[in-house]
Design a protein around this ligand. Structure first.
Ligand SMILES: [Zn+2]
Length: 397
């Protein structure tokens, strides 16, 4: 029986994507004026990858429903007959909306509640698209900037005090906890937002600011996202409340349930639980469900913890996080490397650089940069380097 298949991902052309990064990495010709935001590898029913079975192409979710043993016994006992994770490449040209994701329990309740209220799954006001949580890990493929969790209150106070238009907010925060303070800011009217933010636009120029400075991102986002000064987005205020984090190529970060975050600039690999549950918190023209946002947001003070980069030597290194839904293995090789592995659960391999041959006892696939494979659970395989580079393998921890 075949246990190793060539896999092809799907493109997502959101307006925040870039022109060249994903076409260059995956190996297709960019079309003029097209934006390529995400490349997905997985079995999410809204955009499943396809595999080649006996020269026929078939969606991975359909294959898995016909061949659930490919997921492995342990995976099926915890996650049922679905692939638990989704692997993505992102090219963040413009900032993404501020977002957070529910816990498993919140998602289960929210999904049923919205069904009961008769909100269609395709309704833009629908928040819970499925019953799953969506912890996320990302590994930077370039210098990467993001917002991640609330700063300690003392640091927020310092940031506010340093700006004359935000003094009144500092005074207010002295008497409030972060949740009440955040709630007031997210529900501020245009007059309030203008009094806080317009002086910042008046007194600064983007080219004079450094990206460690929250003012930089306020000006940058307004410009990149075309936010009208007459219709300010409350999300802009979050640059003063959240950690602004720079991640170097190879390092990563984990976003747990409830932690607000926004990708601002750069490219990354993202690995997450297979879910589409996103609660937005500003920097968006999409629907902001303020009640749900305030219910689910985790306002704890966060000191960002970076995931260490994989070592530069040949061989295997696995990034793990507190999430039980996924792990990412990084395999480096040169043209003589031979690495033996065993897929304990269903595994997706993506060649990030160079070329390799992957083989099991029945099949051998030659894969170059951007190409990928699906490996069924309980398969022993060998990776032979063909040209120096590395690949990533998404699987269960
Ligand atoms: Zn997210």
């Amino acid at each position: 029986m075949t246990t190793l298949y060539k896999l092809t991902g799907t493109l997502q052309q959101y307006t925040w994507g870039g022109k060249d990064y994903i076409p260059n990495l995956i190996g297709f010709t960019a079309q003029k004026d097209q934006l390529y935001a995400e490349w997905w590898l997985g079995a999410h029913p809204s955009s499943p990858s396809t595999i080649k079975v006996d020269d026929k192409t078939m969606p991975l979710n359909q294959f898995l429903s016909q061949n659930p043993t490919a997921l492995g016994q342990q995976s099926r006992s915890i996650f049922g007959d679905e692939l638990p994770y989704l692997l993505k490449i992102l090219d963040v040209k413009q900032p993404l909306s501020i977002q957070l994701h529910p816990t498993k329990q919140q998602a289960e309740i929210g999904f049923v509640e919205e069904n009961v209220r008769g909100i269609d799954l395709t309704d833009p006001k629908r928040t819970y698209k499925d019953k799953n949580h969506k912890p996320e890990m990302m590994i930077a493929l370039s210098d990467f900037w993001l917002l991640h969790g609330f700063k300690p209150k003392t640091e927020i106070l310092k940031t506010l005090r340093e700006r004359s238009s935000l003094q009144t907010l500092a005074n207010q925060l002295e008497t409030q906890d972060l949740h009440h303070f955040y709630s007031d800011i997210m529900q501020a009217n245009q007059t309030q937002l203008a009094s806080w933010l317009l002086p910042i636009f008046e007194h600064n120029r983007l080219e004079d600011l450094s990206p460690e400075n929250p003012d930089y991102w306020v000006l940058y986002s307004q410009k990149e996202m075309n936010i009208s000064l007459a219709q300010l987005d409350a999300g802009l205020m979050c640059f003063y409340l959240f950690n602004i984090v720079q991640i170097k190529q190879g390092q990563g970060i984990f976003q747990d349930a409830g932690i607000p975050h926004a990708y601002l600039r750069g490219q990354n690999i993202e690995l997450m639980a297979c879910s589409d549950n996103v609660i937005r918190g500003g920097l968006t023209s999409k629907h902001v469900n303020i009640d749900e946002l305030l219910k689910v947001i985790d306002c704890r003070e966060v000191i960002p913890e970076l995931i260490k980069a994989a070592p530069p030597d040949n061989g295997s290194f696995t990034y793990t996080t507190p999430a039980k839904d996924f792990a990412l293995e990084n395999v480096r090789y040169d043209d003589t490397a031979q690495i033996n592995g065993k897929a304990e659960s269903a595994t997706i391999l993506l060649v990030m650089q160079g070329c390799l041959k992957i083989s099991d006892k029945n099949t051998a696939l030659e894969l170059k940069q951007g190409e990928s494979a699906f490996i069924c659970a309980d398969t022993a395989y060998q990776i032979s380097g063909r040209q120096v580079g590395y690949c990533v393998l998404a699987k269960l921890p």
